[in-house]
Design a protein around this ligand. Structure first.
Ligand code: ADP
Length: 966
């Protein structure tokens, strides 16, 4: 059916073509009869448009039409050469040209590119030359022209064809044949998109005006060229004007129409205003050149337009793509936000019940239990701890994955941070019988700027692994300074163990997520394989890196570097003041572990002590006896409790029994390993200072030296009953008095009703949450001028929580699950409890001493050791003037921090020498410094200075009056 319709359409096209071809061959169209000459030959244009626009096969039809025209119009005999071979050759040349243009050259039939027009002109001109040659030869053979006329006939033939090819065919190709092709196509008609777009929305007024302008210009031009007024001037070059106008403005589509109009116009004009026949080739040439130029310019402009249009299309495509990209980025951001919120919630949801489990287990462990129950409970607690560790690892790892793991830098005490971390791990090391020790390069400033939590996380992982993978021997942590500039320092941490080691080929693998050196270790040692992956990411965040050196069977050393800022107010390490009472004090270290011995020696020597070390009990007894006989008795012995052969306790017992060695009772202080430098210092100072005030020596433990022994009234705002019990019981055990508020609102009214020293505030509570409650408390305090410390307790462990708490006016932050340790540390840091504070805080109640300095009391203070007292006095007299000068300057320049620091040092020295009243004054100055109000310190300082100058002269008197025998 379709096929038949197509055949009919093709037949109709063929018929129309033949009819039109014959029509265009009419003498009126091509020949100025009066001149007897051909001006142009539009039929060739029609023929070429057919073979190019539809198919080269239509060349057969062209041949037939040509022969028919020859017979019917030019009255050639049917058998003439022109009507047979000539017609066939001409049709063949144009069909071949069409084939070349459509096939190998692949021109766009709409002639929208300059390249296509150039090819079109070149190929059709070649075909025209060939057909001119053959056609003229046939005319001569048929005796239709004579030999001498051959050139004029050829030029007329060629120009006539060319005008048809350039002036008529392009119009048909651009405007007519797309439609014809659609009619002949079996597919649905497709209208090119850009035509719709470019022509759709424009206003019509200007195009119509311009079109009329162009048409008028053409008519005017024809009149000027051929009319009676200017005809003789031969102003033919003017024909370029309207053609170039059209080409430049509207491109190929308009210019082909213009060319057709111009060419027809010329023919029509020639009818009205005939020229001499000698002018005709000139006109023919003009039509040819104008047509070619118009086509090339038009196609170039169209190409430009097309490119601009394509650019526009690409731009709009890009815009669409961009909008989609923005939308998907936003979606991704929302998804990641949702993920981190999910993480926060998950962390909260999981931590809250674990908080209950661990807290309760801790409480029950402190009650009376039979061994079996205790065992079960210990297992329960340790499983809970590991579960918490795994959850933390997974949460951290998802943060690493989503790039959300970042640092929270603050100023912190590096030594304390490491000390606390080591202490937390000591129990595990102790259970395995491992020595755990650490050493910090004394050149490293005490305070640095970094993220203590993340540093701790890396170290806990490395040290935890070292303990886990070391069956016997030691784990030693060392911190060295790799480099230091004005504002930064690079620290180098090493964690060395004597454990199972890691095979060389696995050493880089273990830093990847979920990787373990040996699959079977999972069962033996447990672990997720995430720790080192997180640690190495954290190290990178701290601008450092992690690597390992290891020998299987001998142990591993993990190296980890990190950059820290230097705290602004940090005094240079060499200026750090050590308590004067430790200077030149002789101390004996007894420890079987060489690393520990070395560390303790370095610490004590760093304080100016004269230290010696031995490796077992017997050697210690020998050394002590030797010293005694030399008159250089050890004032202090630091003993490792667990030693092969004679244990520490046995050694202490033996020392105690030997009255020569020990006048007082044995062990005065007890500290867990690994020893924290600051704890050792406070223990030593407490032991040395306790003699006079309390004749019956008491045992100094880490708690004695750290505990404020101040009983606090604490408000616990918490809605969860399990957590309430956990926190309150822990506080009770520490001797504090606590009261519960079930929500923020209750907390507010309780605070109004009675005084409290501290508030532990849960963040999420019904009715009023912790953040709102804290804001309200701070608002109310604006009127009273007071400030109660508020510590947030939250199961949220995500970044940003801390900031939100601090923003709401809270002073500190403690993550759930809370441990008694955490609570204790928080209280300590909130109330700045220093070892000697409790002794001093009771001083204002003491009756002021009548004399500024009491030599007897001072001697008592140093255990009757005259030599030591003399040394101390000498140091004191040397030290006191610069210290007083410092203090005075700090008061004058209103520098509370220096006032606090200097007064603190001074207070220690004064109380050590029995200057209780002066120590009290120094204590008050210290408090003023602490509270930042030193404006009124002048008076107190003068009183202190007077008292000290009186005391100093008394001291000098004593030194002179009682010279000590060498
Ligand atoms: P986890 O310890 O949870 O398995 P880590 O990422 O912390 O994950 O450690 C990966 C692996 O590296 C461990 O499973 C172990 O095989 C190996 N490894 C880490 N530290 C040590 C060490 N000190 N001694 C021996 N092997 C170690």
């Amino acid at each position: 059916m379709l096929q038949r319709r197509l055949i009919i359409r093709h037949a109709l096209v063929a018929l129309a073509f033949v009819a039109l071809f014959l029509l265009l061959n009419r003498p009126e169209v091509i020949v100025i009869s009066r001149l007897g000459s051909v001006v142009w030959y539009p039929a060739t244009g029609l023929a070429l448009a057919l073979v190019l626009g539809i198919s080269p096969w239509y060349g057969v039809l062209v041949c037939f039409a040509d022969a028919l025209a020859g017979t019917l119009i030019y009255k050639q005999p049917v058998t003439s050469l022109s009507g047979t071979a000539g017609a066939a050759a001409v049709a063949g040349f144009y069909a071949a040209a069409a084939y070349v243009l459509r096939g190998p050259l692949q021109i766009d039939l709409g002639l929208r590119r300059r390249r296509d027009v150039v090819f079109y002109v070149a190929v059709t001109t070649t075909a025209a030359l060939a057909s001119t040659a053959v056609g003229v030869a046939c005319l001569i053979a048929d005796h239709m022209i004579h030999w001498p006329e051959r050139w004029s006939a050829a030029s007329m033939w060629f120009l006539g064809d060319e005008i048809g090819l350039l002036g008529v065919a392009p119009f048909l190709l651009v405007h007519v044949f797309p439609w014809v092709r659609r009619q002949l196509s079996s597919r649905l008609a497709e209208v090119p998109l850009h035509q719709q777009n470019s022509e759709a929305k424009r206003s019509l007024l200007w195009p119509i005006l311009e079109l009329s302008g162009q048409a008028s210009a053409l008519l005017a031009l024809l009149w000027i060229m051929f009319g009676p007024a200017f005809g003789r001037d031969e102003l033919y070059f003017l024909s370029f004007i309207p053609i170039i106008w059209m080409a430049m403005r509207q491109g190929i589509r308009r210019v082909v129409t213009g060319l057709l109009a111009l060419n027809f116009g010329i023919v029509v004009a020639l009818h009205f205003f005939p020229l001499t026949s000698s002018m005709l080739p000139k006109i023919g040439l003009l039509m040819f050149v104008v047509s070619a130029a118009g086509l090339v310019v038009g196609s170039a402009v169209t190409e430009r337009h097309r490119m601009a249009l394509e650019l526009l299309e690409r731009t709009s495509e890009l815009l669409v793509a961009n909008t989609q990209l923005v939308a998907s980025t936003r979606k991704a951001e929302e998804a990641s936000q949702a993920k981190s919120e999910f993480l926060a919630n998950m962390s909260h949801e999981i931590r809250t019940p674990i908080n209950g489990i661990l807290g309760m287990a801790e409480l029950v462990l402190d009650t009376q239990l039979n061994p079996e129950q205790r065992d079960y409970l210990v297992m329960l607690k340790s499983s809970g701890d590991s579960l918490l560790g795994v959850i933390d690892d997974i949460l951290d790892f998802s943060k690493v994955e989503s790039g959300k793991l970042d640092l929270d830098p603050i100023e912190f005490n590096l030594q304390d941070a490491i000390g606390e971390m080591m202490r937390a791990l000591a129990l595990r090391a102790d259970e395995k019988g491992l020595e755990l020790a650490y050493q910090i390069d004394p050149q490293i400033p005490e305070y640095v700027v970094g993220d203590p939590g993340r540093l701790r996380q890396v170290l806990v992982n490395l040290v935890g692994n070292a303990i886990k993978f070391t069956p016997r021997g030691e784990v030693v942590v060392r911190v060295q300074m790799d480099s230091r500039s004005d504002r930064e320092l690079e620290l180098h941490f090493t964690v060395a163990d004597t454990g199972i080691g890691i095979p060389r080929e696995k050493q880089s693998l273990i830093f990847e997520a979920f990787a373990q050196a040996d699959g079977s270790t999972t069962r033996h040692y447990g672990g997720t394989g995430l720790g080192l992956a997180i640690s190495s990411r954290l190290a990178a965040l701290m601008e450092g890196q992690i690597r390992v050196e290891s020998v299987v069977g001998q142990g591993s050393t993990f190296h980890f570097t990190a950059r820290f800022g230097i705290a602004a107010a940090e005094p240079a390490p060499q200026l750090r003041t050590h308590p004067a009472e430790l200077l030149n004090l002789s101390v004996l270290v007894v420890d079987d572990n060489a690393t520990n011995r070395r560390i303790l020696l370095e610490i004590t020597r760093g304080w100016g002590m004269r230290s010696a070390a031995v490796e077992n009990g017997n050697a210690a007894l020998d050394a002590m006896r030797q010293a005694e006989s030399n008159g250089t008795r050890f004032r202090l012995v630091i003993i490792d409790s667990r030693m092969p052969g004679m244990t520490g306790f046995e050694l202490a017992e033996q020392i105690k029994q030997d009255r020569r060695l020990c006048r007082e009772l044995g062990i005065s202080a007890y500290l867990p390993k690994p020893i924290r430098k600051s704890e050792l210092l406070s223990a030593v100072l407490t032991v040395l200072g306790q003699g006079s005030e309390n004749r019956a020596p008491y045992l100094v433990t880490k708690y004695t030296s750290r505990d404020a022994s101040r009983k606090l009234r604490i408000l616990v705002a918490e809605d969860n009953p399990v957590n309430q019990t956990v926190v309150v019981s822990m506080l009770q055990k520490m001797g504090h008095q606590s009261t519960i508020a079930h929500n923020g609102r209750e907390a507010l009214s309780m605070l109004e009703a009675s005084p409290f020293d501290l508030v532990f505030m849960d963040v999420q509570m019904p009715e009023m949450d912790g953040l709102t409650a804290s804001r309200k408390i701070r608002d109310q305090e604006k009127n009273t001028g007071s400030h109660i410390p508020i510590v947030a307790m939250t199961a949220h462990a995500m970044k940003g929580d801390k900031e939100r708490c601090l923003e709401a006016g809270m002073d500190g932050y403690i993550a759930k699950p809370v441990t008694s340790h955490g609570i204790e540390d928080t209280i300590t840091s909130m109330f700045h409890t220093e070892p000697k504070v409790p002794i001093l805080s009771s001083m204002p109640n003491l009756p002021p001493s009548s004399s500024p300095w009491d030599p007897a009391k001072a001697l008592e203070q140093v255990d009757g050791d005259e030599l030591l007292l003399r040394e101390l006095l000498q140091i004191f007299l040397d030290e006191i003037p610069p210290q007083l000068a410092n203090l005075q300057q700090a008061i004058e320049t209103v520098d509370p921090e220096t006032v606090e620091r200097t007064a603190h040092t001074l207070r220690g020295e004064l109380s050590c020498l029995g200057l209780t009243d002066a120590a009290r004054k120094a204590g008050e100055l210290e408090r003023m410094g602490q509270q930042g109000v030193v404006e009124k310190a002048d008076e107190l300082f003068t009183a202190l200075k007077d008292e000290l100058s009186a005391a100093s002269s008394a001291m000098r008197d004593m030194l002179q009056a009682r010279p000590v025998d060498p």
